[in-house]
Structure formats: structure tokens, C-alpha cells
Write a protein that binds this ligand. Structure first.
Ligand SMILES: [Zn+2]
Length: 227
């Protein structure tokens, strides 16, 4: 028996709903969010749809069925609750960056402290070169309510190897091929934001040379992990 197209789309949607729901537990596990201020979304493969957290719902109450499905203009197409207030920014990223399969937003404290100063996090740790391929850049100040946040994320990340951007005076947005890799980038962003902050308390962190950053990034992106 073969699944028809509609059945395949249904099983894909179910899988993304479950994955996006479960990944919110990582935001609390790693201390990236206070109250409900953080969200994960995931593109439904092969469709013009993505799944995102509902607005204002406690992380403890999230279920796969509570997740909201939206089109790439950010309009709700399935779900009982209102989608996250950051839905327009997520939708803009999916429209503009077809390779992106997952987007995460947090106000994680150390990274947001860099955002509050509009200061990029310099690449002074090999783990940063591995994951981000250089500094973590700052995106423009933007108010919620139109496409300004989404546009700021995309214009900043298009000219960077980093999957994370610090939106000025706001917080972190990360992208990934999957929702899980976007969550990993959010976790790693907060980790290096904290470490570089600590390093600066006692002196000036030593930059890593461009060629060494390139070598570390190449190796990590192509060779590291289970292949
Ligand atoms: Zn925010």
C-alpha cells in the first residue's frame, strides 16, 4: 500500500507538530526563556506551511495539537489558539530563506545583554568558530508589528555564516536546516555569550585569526559528529 499525497502531508505535519512542541522543553532546560518569552517553529517539508508555538501558553501546557500551523505569510491555517506574536518574523525568514527549516527566538540573558549594547560577540573561542564561523552579528533595532524584524534578521544573516543574530535591544533569532539545529544554535549562542562575557571581566579576550576560524568552521561543519 502506498500513501497518497494528502496522507504524506498529514504525517509530515504531525511529525513537525510533535518535534516543535518537544523542542520547547530545551528552551527551559537550558535557561533560555523566562515565562513564555521564546518560541520555536518548523517548516513542514514539501509544503508552504510552518508550525509555531501558540501565543502566551505556558511551556508546561504545550502539546502537539496546541501548536499552530501557518502559511508563509504568517496567517493561521490550523489551530485553536492565536499563534506566537513573533509569527510574522518567522514567516519572513521562511519566505526569504528557502534552505531554512527551523527558526528559534529567545531573550536568553547573556546574549540579550550583548544585544542591549548592540555589540557583536567576537569570535574568541574555537567553539564559536565551529558553530558560527565568526562573530555573532547584531541586527537592526526593529519594532514588532510589520516585516521590520524579519527583514532585519534576513539581511544580517545573509552576509554572515552565523546561524544566530542578536537583534538590537531585543534578543536572539537563530535559523537551522531543521528546528533542532536552530535550537542548538540558540543554546550555543547563549553559552558563548556567557563565556565571552566572563572572559571580558578580567581582561581582553584574544581574537582568533581569520584563517584559523575558517579551518575550524570547515572541519566542524563537514567532519564533526556522526556521519
Ligand atoms: Zn522577542
Amino acid at each position: 500500500m502506498t500513501l497518497d499525497v494528502a496522507d504524506r502531508a498529514d504525517s509530515g505535519i504531525r511529525a513537525v507538530r510533535t518535534q516543535v512542541c518537544e523542542l520547547h522543553a530545551e528552551l527551559t532546560r537550558y535557561g533560555l526563556v523566562a515565562w513564555t518569552a521564546g518560541n520555536v517553529s518548523g517548516r513542514v517539508p514539501g509544503t508552504d506551511l510552518f508550525v509555531i508555538k501558540p501565543s502566551g501558553l505556558s511551556y508546561d501546557l504545550l502539546t502537539p495539537d496546541a501548536m499552530i500551523m501557518c502559511d508563509l505569510d504568517g496567517n493561521k491555517v490550523e489551530g485553536d489558539l492565536a499563534p506566537s506574536s513573533d509569527t510574522a518574523a518567522h514567516a519572513y525568514v521562511y519566505r526569504a530563506m528557502p534552505h531554512v527549516g527551523g527558526v528559534v527566538h529567545t531573550h536568553s540573558p547573556y546574549a540579550s545583554a550583548w544585544a542591549a549594547r548592540a555589540e557583536p560577540i567576537p569570535c574568541v573561542l574555537t567553539a564559536m568558530a565551529d558553530e558560527f564561523g565568526g562573530e555573532i552579528p547584531v541586527g537592526p533595532f526593529a519594532l514588532i508589528g510589520n516585516d521590520d524584524i524579519g527583514r532585519g534578521i534576513v539581511t544580517t544573516l545573509r552576509v554572515s555564516r552565523s546561524p544566530a543574530v542578536l537583534m538590537q535591544n531585543h534578543g536572539v533569532f537563530t535559523i537551522g536546516e531543521t528546528p533542532r539545529t536552530a535550537v542548538k544554535a540558540a543554546v550555543m549562542c547563549e553559552d558563548v555569550a556567557r563565556t565571552v562575557h566572563l572572559a571580558r571581566q578580567l581582561g581582553d579576550p584574544v581574537p582568533i585569526g581569520r584563517e584559523d576560524i575558517d579551518r575550524l568552521y570547515e572541519r566542524y561543519q563537514k567532519v564533526y559528529g556522526q556521519r
